[in-house]
Design a protein around this ligand. Structure first.
Ligand SMILES: [Zn+2]
Length: 88
């Protein structure tokens, strides 16, 4: 059972999450670079670096968030537990 955030706040540059025990802010470029969808792991989808922005965040069930980036990439699924790890 993973911890769910109490609040999700999306801006183009940053995904902010509020947890029961704290808060985290994840830069868009960091999230994009950390994407582990099949395309990214195979090197078929490359980030355009620091210029990338977040355009949308969609819940996936109760376990994850799907992030959409300004470079058109929308295949990244980010489980809450992983987002907590990324923020530390
Ligand atoms: Zn990806």
């Amino acid at each position: 059972m993973s911890t769910l955030p109490e609040a999700v706040d999306l801006t183009p540059a940053t995904l902010r999450l509020r947890w029961p025990d704290g808060a985290s802010a994840l830069p868009a470029a960091r999230l994009r670079a950390a994407c582990r969808c099949g395309d990214c792991r195979a090197g078929r989808s490359r980030s355009d670096g620091a210029a990338v922005q977040l355009t949308d965040a969609l819940p996936v069930g109760r376990y994850a968030l799907q992030l959409v980036f300004s470079d058109g990439h929308d295949r990244g699924i980010y489980p809450w537990a992983w987002l907590r790890e990324l923020a530390t």
